[in-house]
Design a protein around this ligand. Structure first.
Ligand code: ADP
Length: 424
């Protein structure tokens, strides 16, 4: 406001003498024209100075002006000063962010929407073999593991992946990506070699123990069969022999399931094209053959879609679900099996039974190893509590999900949903 007042005072100070002079000598218009020209040139000179000052980045001493131009320079100077302060603060924040991410034991890489590296910390250099000069490079050109490339391309970052380090294949990295901002992605890689080794030791231990137990169990079963034949089913030991046979049978089932799980954990994934309608026909026929009296399985193949995966694993998962449905429902009730495409492009294998169902508190737990719901009922039905754990493992290896719907007294519906990417 001060500046405006000064500008108006200058104009008035020029106008008054000009008007007075024109009373004596005339030529008011000429005087007014001269005043306007003077004010115009004055503004042009000021604008020119401002332009020159700004073109130099507004650095150095600000031109010494009074009035409105002095105020304009003062405001510009204030804006620049606060910008400088903000820049300094941001710089400090960035510095402390860099320091903290350098102190992290995990590798951090910032990727833009094209998958190009924008920034990476020191651990990323050690784990992923990145260099400072790799900024701007596309990460799939530097980390070339197929699982990683697939993960980046699919853009489904809900799950993490595990790959060997490109620098040292004895180091295992768990990689996760978090999208943020405008198309940016934060890649985090953690060294999980130790966990992996412990896991491998556990799997090896279970596999070795199960394998070692197989031979004694087979020998025991053989001797028991001979004893039962000799006994003829009439001696006081008959019941004991029957119990022993049932328990050795249960042990054999347990060992077989444990070995299967161990194999699933250690075996490399297969991506062969599995003809699902054909496989389902076989699985349903085999299950029906187990029933003595009548056919119970109703198969509806609503789609000819095949899947990329491992046929034996899928066979085991499907027959586990089918056998469960038959086991946990009355012998005269039907079991419905279907294979169909869903509206979102995924494909679904579904088994529905009309048995006793599962309580809502048990549903989240039945895929845990050795978990058997309703112990009383299950004492009568043979099982290991490992079947659904196997199913879940197979589905994870096929990027699929297991959905369970059940109502006590009405029946259950188990659904395996395979993503569209698995179709071949
Ligand atoms: P198992 O059948 O050998 O006990 P599973 O892992 O296959 O082991 O199943 C775990 C538990 O889930 C079973 O003990 C049973 O209580 C329950 N269950 C599985 N399938 C069904 C089904 N179709 N209907 C009712 N309960 C089921």
């Amino acid at each position: 406001m001060q500046g405006w007042r000064r500008e108006i005072s200058i104009a008035i100070a020029l106008l008054i003498p000009a008007v007075l002079l024109s009373i004596f000598v005339g030529h008011l218009t000429l005087f007014l024209l001269l005043i306007t020209l003077f004010l115009y040139v004055k503004q042009i000179v000021s604008i020119n100075k401002l332009e020159r000052w700004l073109s130099l980045g507004g650095v150095g001493k600000r031109p010494d002006f009074k009035g409105i131009w002095g105020e304009i320079y003062y405001h510009l100077y204030k804006i620049r000063k606060s910008q400088k302060r903000r820049k300094k603060k941001l710089g400090k924040m960035l510095d402390s962010f860099r320091k903290s991410t350098s102190a992290l034991p995990d590798a951090i890489v910032v990727l833009n929407s094209y998958g190009e590296i924008e920034w990476s910390n020191k651990v990323a250099h050690d784990f992923l073999g990145l260099k400072k000069s790799d900024i701007g490079q596309r990460i799939p050109n530097l980390v070339r593991h197929p699982v990683f490339i697939h993960y980046l391309k699919d853009q489904d970052y809900q799950q993490k992946i595990c790959i060997p380090s490109p620098v040292n294949e004895n180091i295992f990295l768990q990689i996760g990506i978090v999208p943020y901002g405008a198309g940016l992605r934060l890649l985090m890689a953690q060294d999980i070699t130790h966990q992996k080794n412990i896991e491998r030791m556990r799997t090896d231990f279970v596999a070795n123990v199960s394998h070692e137990l197989r031979t004694p169990i087979t020998v025991l079963r053989g001797y028991l069969e001979t004893l039962q034949e000799m006994d003829g089913g009439t001696s006081p030991y008959t019941r004991s022999f029957q119990n022993m046979a049932a328990q050795t049978e249960r042990m054999k089932m347990l060992i077989d399931d444990l070995l299967l799980l161990a194999r699933l954990e250690s075996k490399a994934k297969k991506f062969e094209c599995v003809k699902i309608p054909e496989l389902l026909g076989q699985v349903c026929q085999e299950s029906d053959l187990l029933e003595r009296d009548e056919r119970r399985v109703e198969l509806v193949v609503g789609s000819n879609i095949d899947l990329r995966g491992d046929m034996e694993e899928l066979r085991s998962a499907f027959s586990n679900l089918l056998l469960n449905a038959m086991k946990y429902s009355p012998p005269d009730s039907p079991v419905k099996v279907s294979w169909r495409e869903q509206a979102d492009g995924s494909v679904c294998f579904e088994v529905e039974d009309f048995g006793e169902g599962i309580s809502s508190t048990d549903i989240p737990r039945i895929t845990e190893r050795f978990y058997r719901a309703e112990v009383k009922r299950n004492q009568k039905i043979a099982g290991t509590g490992l079947g659904l754990a196997i199913v879940k493992h197979v589905l994870v290896r096929h990027d699929a999900k297991l959905e369970i719907e059940s109502q006590l007294g009405k029946g259950s519906r188990f659904r395996c949903v395979f993503p569209r990417q698995r179709i071949c």
